[in-house]
Design a protein around this ligand. Structure first.
Ligand code: TRP
Length: 328
């Protein structure tokens, strides 16, 4: 009998010792946060940096009181399912999904693991949540609808004679498909013609934009990740053809696009991190509705691009308190 107890005790000690090996202990005692970014482009880098800075401000220290597993998918959408499975194997407690394609892939985890998405233009259209206030599927996050109407209105105030708009997008990005639907409605209302061009990888942007530039008065691109990746190329094509390129986000103006009406993506990143904090502190996802960023808008204009295009902006645009110049 005594011997049996001794064996049992020895086994227990082995089991306990196994648990307290540093690695296992770390992932069991502190939250493990997975963060997945689709690709490297200016806006996603701004969002990611804002998320990490806010983690810092909230007291999360990677390797001390949490473990942060960051993955950049390098634009390889086909690899997203594997990235998600790897995070599951790493026992993540929560996943932050930056962009629409990443959030769609993260749905494979959401039955067990809460998902906070970041910067999804149309979370309902992308079928990531049932409704903005129905997050019962363990998924919530921040949304950045493109201000399609305001951007077209800006383009028309700069050039009231414009008749034809060119739209370039990756048809594989649900976010860009949603924005096309909004645009189609609005051009009808405004009596404009619409020319579209699709690309599936950013290396196709140069040709696609050169072709469309010859047919339109201005180009409009939404927050399409594939376009954003090669934004400087599109900006040059616009200038070479003397066609202004209106874009979906401030970052695309920073990368040479002519103008946009949009949000400050740092605010969106900060709120994404706040949502992660809430969930880790016990708030169920179902009690956190999607937060849509559509106020605090600015009009961003790239001065260099404006000069290259020889455009004079209407007084009411320049005098608008929301007017922001980018570049010299
Ligand atoms: N809204 C995009 C999506 O739904 C992601 C995104 C955020 C983005 N900011 C951007 C894409 C700027 C292009 C440019 O996936």
């Amino acid at each position: 009998m005594k011997k049996l107890i001794k064996i049992a005790l020895t086994l227990m000690v082995i089991v306990v010792a196994g648990c307290s090996s540093p690695q296992t202990n770390q992932s069991e005692d502190v939250p493990v946060i997975g963060v997945v970014q689709l690709v490297e482009h200016t806006s996603l880098n701004i969002i990611k940096n804002a998320i990490f800075e806010q983690f810092d401000n909230l007291g999360y220290v990677d390797g001390e009181n949490c473990v942060i597993k960051f993955v950049n998918a390098q634009g390889d959408v086909a690899n997203l399912p594997t990235i998600m499975q790897n995070l599951k194997a790493d026992n993540v407690d929560i996943v932050v999904a930056i962009t629409t394609p990443v959030a769609q892939a993260a749905l494979s985890l959401s039955p067990d693991i809460p998902v906070i998405f970041s910067a999804i233009s149309d979370p309902v259209g992308a079928k990531v949540v049932n409704a903005l206030d129905d997050t019962s599927n363990n998924v919530t996050g921040t949304s950045d609808p493109v201000k399609v109407k305001q951007i077209i209105d800006l383009a028309l105030s700069v050039n009231p004679e414009a008749k034809t708009v060119g739209y370039i997008y990756n048809a594989g990005e649900a976010n860009s498909v949603s924005n096309l639907e909004i645009l189609q409605e609005y051009v009808k209302e405004k009596g404009l013609n619409l020319e579209t061009a699709t690309i599936s990888v950013s290396s196709e942007l140069q040709t696609a934009s050169s072709v469309i530039a010859g047919k339109v008065d201005f180009i409009f691109v939404p927050t399409d990740n594939t376009v954003a990746e090669a934004m400087p190329i599109l900006a040059s094509v616009g200038i070479e053809n003397n066609v202004p390129v209106y874009v979906g986000a401030d970052s695309m103006v920073m990368d040479g696009g002519f103008a946009t009406v949009g949000i400050d993506y740092s605010d969106l990143g900060i709120e994404t991190a706040n949502m992660v904090d809430k969930v880790l502190k016990g708030t169920p996802i179902s009690e956190i509705p999607v937060e849509t960023f559509d106020t605090n808008l600015s009009i961003y204009v790239n001065k260099k691009t404006q000069e290259a295009l020889g455009i004079t902006l209407p007084e009411d645009v320049v005098n608008d308190p929301k007017y922001v110049e980018i570049g010299e």
